[in-house]
Design a protein around this ligand. Structure first.
Ligand code: ADP
Ligand code: ZN
Length: 219
């Protein structure tokens, strides 16, 4: 089973995608995490991606798709994947369809997590992320047990530079122009399920599992 989580920055894709992957025993691929790791490690890919990320722009398709395909070739992806942050435009969606088709696979469901713009801005401005394992926190909604430290791995929490307000606004614009058309694309393919992304993370998670028709899957 291959699943895409679609939604604006701040819609909760990361939190939900990691949860769904674990619950359904699927691999988890977040292109944003892969890029951030490359930047941190100072690889050639990271050097290329850094400028775009800081500007709130999409990284060029060529490097993004290349990175995705490389990750997709890992054996852990054979039984299925939850995609977070990819595809982000039609070109990427078509590249993904093609790559999966070559393995006689395809996208089964696309979960569109819907959140109001006001709530998106509120969430992003309060977001803190673990530098080590990328787990997301929020200063009021989901604070860590020890301030500045990740509950899961003890790593340092930091605010992503692209969560600063001007960049957030730009990311939302990019989302509307490039990514929102994917809602149409997957609707036409009959794969889109819409889920209300407001409210507590656990509630949203339940809605997603239900929308995927997996309400009875073991937890
Ligand atoms: P968000 O919180 O905006 O969903 P991500 O962690 O998914 O953030 O991505 C952060 C940044 O990494 C994006 O703003 C973009 O520059 C780059 N990026 C991630 N995924 C893609 C993609 N599929 N195509 C192009 N750029 C991407
Ligand atoms: Zn951590």
């Amino acid at each position: 089973m291959n699943i895409i989580l679609l939604g604006a920055p701040g819609a909760g894709k990361g939190t939900q995608a990691a949860y769904v992957a674990k619950r359904l025993n699927l691999a988890y691929i977040a292109t944003g995490d892969l890029f951030r790791k490359a930047v941190e490690q100072g690889t050639e890919l990271g050097k290329q991606a850094k400028y775009y990320m800081e500007e709130g722009k999409l990284c060029p398709d060529e490097i993004t798709i290349g990175m995705l395909l490389e990750r997709l070739a890992n054996p852990d992806c054979q039984t299925g994947v939850v995609f977070d942050g990819f595809p982000r435009n039609l070109n990427q969606a078509e590249a993904l369809d093609k790559a999966l088709a070559q393995q006689s696979q395809g996208i089964d469901k696309v979960v569109y997590i819907k959140v109001s713009e006001e709530e998106l801005l509120r969430r992003l401005s309060g977001r803190w992320v673990c530098r080590n394992c990328q787990a997301p926190y929020h200063i009021t909604d989901f604070p860590p047990q020890i301030q500045g430290r990740c509950d899961k791995c003890g790593g340092e929490l930091y605010q992503r530079p692209d969560d600063a307000t001007p960049t957030v606004k730009k990311r939302l614009k990019v989302y509307l122009a490039a990514t929102a058309p994917l809602i149409d694309y997957y609707t036409r393919l009959g794969k889109l399920v819409e889920v209300d992304g407001e409210g507590k993370a656990e509630k949203v998670a339940k809605r997603i599992i239900k929308a995927l028709g997996k309400g009875d899957a073991v937890s």
